[in-house]
Write a protein that binds this ligand. Structure first.
Ligand SMILES: Nc1ncnc2c1ncn2[C@@H]1O[C@H](COP(=O)(O)OP(=O)(O)OP(=O)(O)O)[C@@H](O)[C@H]1O
Length: 702
């Protein structure tokens, strides 16, 4: 389809505030001459140091429209609750749109809905169009600075932004240019004094909350995205810092569409906004030019007192959480609920509302270019290298990732080595060897779960970066494998050597054979730890938090250990579930059998004491005592284990990729259902709202 160039809509809003909305508000008809205002505002913007992005001067920007947007969440047996109620609005290039309202009014939900990031427990309906096209956002189509700062806490500010620049900026830029861009952005956000400070997390204090916020912003504005969502970018900042941060964001607005939710802007910050969307309990109180909001409130009988910050006045007027009476006002004393009712009604019957509808219709009628994913970032190889280096540094500095595990494993290996010290080769050592090897393959590897909290933190960063399209999921998987390798080798070699040699497992065979057996022993430990990490990666991509992840991961491993063929020998395993499929899919089976073959093959043991004097071969012990499958060698077992690592990583990749593809489709389908239900309700106007004030259509959708 041919693309049409957009022109900025005229923004000539004639506000006609309908007095019929409230008997106490005098009949008023206000023509605000907003076109003039807007032109003045534009020229001010140009003189305000708005940075014109020449690289995009020929590109059209992003026109985002949303129409009749509803978002509901299920309240269990109580029905559903509407978080957003029929919102309509738009955002244009060159504009900074502020979403304002009291806490809990739905600001973040609106941003999440527009950015295609709503939680799965929510239902959404309404049209969100980008340049007049229906297009799924998220995964690289826009940048989003969320309220939670998901950052790698062990990196310094300079490192965090620089690595991000290396990932996001194209290969055509040299390393020094990327470094320069990163440092310039850090300075823009006023973080020059904290450049070499580590971000810090739960274990170590680093940056303040406000500084972390600014690092998050730095990372997302590096590429100067065409569509930028900011969820409370100024939280944790003092008023001066808020102003500087917002003014620097505002300066970049040429050719960009920026939507920011904001709590309590100062008058100066408020002056930086071109448009304002004021929400209360999910309803629009006002949508239009920022500099006309004051007149809207005055016209409805709630003028801003002299010397009061207008945004404070707006929020105070519509905050019903503390349901105090509104102070002075020409409308007399009213409850906040009533005031909100008046404003919502007045807005809906105003020309301002009609103008928004007209603008939305106008933008939607011109189908423009589809929004491209950010494909201009570093190539796959660079992504793998940068992610490997970044992750290695993180693993090195985070004591909980591998170092603590190395210490705990060494202590446990010492425990194993002393409890089975010089195990010998008498008849009793058969059972002792089996138990020792089972402990290594099951419980020692099980404890790889200990690194999960650190990994979850890394996953949070991955999810943020992935949603913002910084790199490919495959690059993350490769980076994670490569960076973990040296640490896993260390953790399997040192404790492995302690346990192996103290127990004396090398005794009774030649030196070369002993070394080979140790190599096999520690390789099994290594690959099993990789498997547990891969399993936990899958768990982390499905389960929402780390506590649930640890419980789920431990549960899965518990089942695998039980079905692995040690606690109940393979021939005795109940067929449904335990033998088929658990015995075949549990990696413990291959680890046990590989280690047993490694240990018993080529050895002989004396018969039961007191019995007929004869020797038992290791092979017969393997076959009869442990019921090991002898058709293939121990090297096949280890190859299967490595194959399982590949399969587990591929499963993780598939889950992430499928989530990216399936989620938007499911959401679109649900949105259609929701729309149909509302159409049914509209066709049947006799239906009443339920006691919670929600339309029963949500009951239908439940
Ligand atoms: N996924 C969800 N499940 C249940 N309730 C939700 C969900 N998302 C949002 N809500 C509810 O919707 C309401 C609006 O939440 P939202 O986070 O959008 O508010 P907000 O205006 O951004 O608040 P704040 O300024 O305090 O961050 C809240 O009452 C919140 O509990």
């Amino acid at each position: 389809m041919a693309s049409t160039n957009f022109t900025l809509p005229s923004r000539a809003h004639d506000y006609e505030l309908n007095s019929s909305s409230s008997s106490s508000v005098p009949e008023t008809k206000i023509s605000l001459e907003l076109e003039t205002n807007f032109r003045v505002m534009q020229s001010q913007g140009e003189n305000n140091g708005v940075v014109r992005d020449e690289t995009h001067s020929n590109n059209i920007g992003v026109f985002l429209t949303w129409k009749d947007l509803w978002v509901t969440v299920s309240n269990g047996t109580k029905g559903s609750r509407s978080i957003l109620q029929g919102l309509t609005g738009y955002a244009c290039p060159g504009e900074l749109l502020a979403i304002m309202g009291p806490s809990g009014c739905g600001k973040s939900t609106l941003l999440d809905t527009l950015a295609g990031r709503l939680d799965s427990n929510t239902r959404q309906s309404g049209d969100i169009l980008i340049n007049g096209r229906r297009q799924a956002l998220a995964y690289g189509t826009s940048a989003y600075v969320t309220q939670d700062d998901a950052l790698i806490t062990t990196l310094t500010v300079r490192e965090a932004v620089y690595y991000s620049a290396q990932l996001q900026l194209p290969n055509s830029m040299s390393k020094s240019e990327k470094k320069e861009t990163a440092e310039m952005t850090i300075r823009e956000m006023g973080l020059q004094d904290a450049m070499n400070t580590r971000i810090g997390g739960w274990g170590s204090k680093g940056l303040s909350g406000g500084q972390k916020r600014r690092v998050s912003i730095c990372i997302e504005i590096l590429t100067r995205p065409k569509l930028l969502f900011l969820d409370e970018p100024t939280s944790g900042l003092d008023s001066a810092a808020s102003y500087y941060v917002m003014s620097r964001i505002a300066r970049q607005r040429a050719g960009k569409t920026i939507i920011a939710s904001i709590h309590q802007p100062s008058a100066e910050v408020f002056g930086l906004f071109q448009s304002v969307c004021l929400l209360s309990s999910g309803k629009t109180i006002y949508f239009g030019p920022a500099n006309a909001a004051n007149e809207f409130f005055s016209a409805n009988g709630f003028p801003c007192p002299t010397l009061q910050n207008p945004s404070d006045h707006f929020l105070k007027t519509i905050n019903k959480d503390f349901d105090e009476d509104i102070e002075e006002g020409s409308a007399g004393k009213k409850s906040t609920e009533e005031v909100i009712g008046i404003l919502v009604k007045s807005y809906k019957s105003s020309h301002c509302y009609q103008e928004v509808q007209r603008q939305v219709a106008e933008i939607c009628s011109k189908e423009g270019e589809a929004l491209e994913k950010n494909r201009n970032h570093a190539n796959f190889i660079t992504q793998c290298c940068v992610l490997t280096i970044r992750s290695s540094i993180n693993m090195f500095r985070d004591l909980g990732y591998y170092w603590l595990r190395l210490v705990v494993y060494s202590v446990l290996a010492l425990g194993l080595g002393t409890i089975y010290y010089n195990i010998g080769s008498n008849y009793g050592s058969i059972q002792a060897r089996g138990s020792m090897l089972m402990f290594v393959a099951s419980f020692l590897t099980f404890m790889a779960i200990g690194g999960f909290p650190s990994f979850v933190e890394e996953m949070k960063v991955f999810q943020r970066e992935r949603l913002n399209g910084h790199y490919d999921t495959g690059a993350f998987v490769i980076g994670n494998i490569l960076s973990a390798l040296p640490y896993l080798v260390l953790v399997s070699l040192i404790p492995g050597a302690i346990a192996f040699y103290l127990t004396g497992l090398q005794e009774g065979v030649g030196i070369g054979e002993g070394v080979e057996r140790f190599f096999y022993f520690s390789t099994v430990l290594f690959v099993c730890m990789m498997l547990v990490e891969s399993l936990m990666m899958i768990v982390a991509s499905i389960v929402p938090n780390f506590l649930m992840g640890i419980i789920a991961g431990a549960g899965i491993q518990g089942l695998m250990i039980l079905g692995g063929g040690f606690f109940r020998l393979p021939n005795d395993l109940p067929h449904p579930f335990w033998k088929y499929p658990m015995y075949y899919i549990a990696f413990h089976r291959y680890a046990y059998q590989g280690l047993f073959k490694n240990e018993f093959e080529g050895r002989t043991f004396p018969n039961i004491p007191g019995g007929r004097p004869r020797v038992i071969t290791g092979e017969s012990i393997l076959r009869e005592t442990w019921q090991v499958e002898m058709e293939y060698s121990k090297w096949v077992d280890i190859a299967i284990l490595f194959g399982m690592v590949v399969v587990y990583r591929l499963i993780f990749l598939m889950i992430v990729k499928a989530g990216e593809k399936v989620k938007p489709v499911v959401r679109a389908l649900m949105s259609v259902q929701q729309k149909q239900a509302r159409q049914i309700m509209a066709a049947n106007p006799t239906t009443e709202t339920n006691s919670a004030g929600n339309s029963p259509l949500y009951e239908i959708n439940k």
